[in-house]
Design a protein around this ligand. Structure first.
Ligand SMILES: [Zn+2]
Length: 78
């Protein structure tokens, strides 16, 4: 199954786009997932299944996990 995915998440895929960028932004969530290349703004639609195969890392999810660990250890009042 596909890990947690949100609009505007930044994903790193296993293979680079022809423009050279590995990073994509989630621009549409649904039965299919819309991604925008961060290198050239090209947009593609992938099924969740395809994306699960091609995705290497969800950079935004990593940030969220890192932040929640930090806030667990030292709660911050904003
Ligand atoms: Zn590109």
């Amino acid at each position: 199954m596909l890990p947690d995915l949100h609009l505007n998440d930044h994903l790193r895929l296993r293979k680079p786009h022809p423009c050279g960028s590995y990073e994509w932004k989630v621009v549409r969530l649904g039965a299919d997932i819309g991604l925008e290349c961060k290198g050239c703004q090209h947009r593609v639609m992938l099924t969740r299944r395809e994306l699960a195969k091609r995705m290497k890392t969800n950079l935004t999810q990593l940030e969220r996990e890192k932040n929640s660990e930090e806030s667990n250890s030292s709660p911050t009042v904003l």
